[in-house]
Design a protein around this ligand. Structure first.
Ligand SMILES: NC(=O)c1ccc[n+]([C@@H]2O[C@H](COP(=O)([O-])OP(=O)(O)OC[C@H]3O[C@@H](n4cnc5c(N)ncnc54)[C@H](OP(=O)(O)O)[C@@H]3O)[C@@H](O)[C@H]2O)c1
Length: 262
């Protein structure tokens, strides 16, 4: 078993998908884990898997959009596994934005979970990290936040907001000994992507592959971490494209992408 460079890590969104796969990978590497999710069943299943691996861990059922609850959750976890050296804020929700019904409440929910939920999780662990003058915050953004994606305007907006929020926090936290890494995964085969009715099969990573990339980001502490390489190159190109060229491309590529109209 590889000795981790840090000992205790808190992770939100651990109940399934990328979060669960990451928790299992971290357990194998010897981390002590404090795991949060709103899905109690998913957390219980994960806890059984971790027990079988002999991992030191504790779970707490919490909705990240509830600041008071996440603060008490973090305090409970800290009592059980120790103060966190790392927080991975992975809990997030997706969804399509389809015309003519824009469903603005879906946008509100994505902002509450994908942006405010991450801020809440950070707020819950930050006083301790600042007092210890050390810590690593890892936010899971998305390449979908690079540009406004035609069928996921709300999700794109929430991830763009998260990226900017973390960037804004970076200098003040650095002065206090706390590092921020923003992670931008490409497509991963999880419940979130299963909901998207793509017209053609899309190449996706398995959650275990995403987890091994994420562990690299946790251990190397880069400013930004985009994976896999093909996505980093392709989406990097799209990100720098002039607005009019991007619109032209999306006018053509967009309607071809899904089996539903948007
Ligand atoms: N899959 C991708 O292709 C992809 C690509 C780029 C970025 N990401 C990001 O990666 C992260 C994980 O995504 P995933 O694909 O693994 O999604 P997932 O399979 O849907 O897992 C997300 C987990 O977060 C939990 N969660 C959602 N809202 C929560 C809340 N308010 N409080 C606490 N827990 C909450 C979910 O619980 P429920 O089961 O109750 O919803 C679920 O257990 C997200 O931030 C996502 O935006 C995913």
């Amino acid at each position: 078993m590889t000795q981790p460079s840090v000992s205790t890590l808190f992770l939100t969104g651990a109940g399934r998908g990328i979060g669960r796969a990451t928790a299992l990978e971290l357990a194998v590497r010897g981390y002590r884990l404090g795991l949060m999710d709103r899905d109690a069943g998913g957390l219980r299943e994960l806890s059984e898997q971790l027990r079988a691996l002999g991992a030191i861990h504790a779970i707490s059922t919490v909705d990240v959009s509830d600041l008071n609850r996440i603060k008490s959750s973090a305090a409970e976890l800290e009592d059980r596994v120790g103060p966190p050296d790392v927080l991975v804020a992975c809990a997030g929700v997706g969804g399509l934005t389809l015309l003519p019904d824009l469903q603005p409440y879906a946008l509100r929910s994505m902002l509450e979970i994908n942006v405010v939920g991450v801020a809440n999780a950070i707020d819950a662990v930050l006083p301790g990290m600042i007092a210890r003058k050390s810590g690593h915050l890892v936010g899971i953004s998305s390449v979908a936040g690079y540009r406004g994606m035609p069928w996921m305007a709300a999700y794109s907006a929430s991830k763009a907001a998260l990226t900017t929020y973390l960037e804004g926090l970076r200098p003040a936290l650095k002065r206090r000994g706390v590092t921020i890494t923003t992670v931008y995964p490409g497509f991963v085969r999880t419940a979130m992507t299963a909901e998207t009715p793509f017209r053609r099969p899309i190449r996706m990573m398995e959650p275990e592959q995403a987890a091994s990339y994420l562990v690299r980001a946790i251990e190397r502490r880069p400013r930004d971490f985009v994976f896999p390489l093909g996505t980093a190159v392709g989406m990097g190109f799209l990100r720098r494209m002039p607005g009019r060229v991007y619109d032209w491309m999306m006018d053509r590529a967009g309607p071809e992408a899904l089996t539903v109209d948007f």
